[in-house]
Design a protein. Sequence first.
Length: 114
Amino acid sequence: MADPRIRQIKIKTGVVKRIAKEKVVYEKEVDQQKNRIQKLKDEGQDEHTIRKQEEVLQESLMMVPECQRRLVKAHTDLKNTLESEQDLAENEDYIAAQQALKDAEPQLPEASLE
């Protein structure tokens, strides 16, 4: 029935899309948290509350490079898979995978786009 290589391409495409989206969400969360902390400081809130919110911010900040690292690995993996399966280039899942790679590129660090 279905080619197992297509199934692998679909899975790897999903991983790239999910991690890229996750990274964007964490970056938005960092911005929101910074604004929240500034608002608490401006309102003169309790120091304990501000410290707790800063801890939440640190956790989010740590997740951004983690997502980036996982995205680089997943992006490279999918790219290598597509390069080794070029005979499937006419398949719609192969084309979707190529688009997912392009869509994820803005989320990659500059150094990995060689």
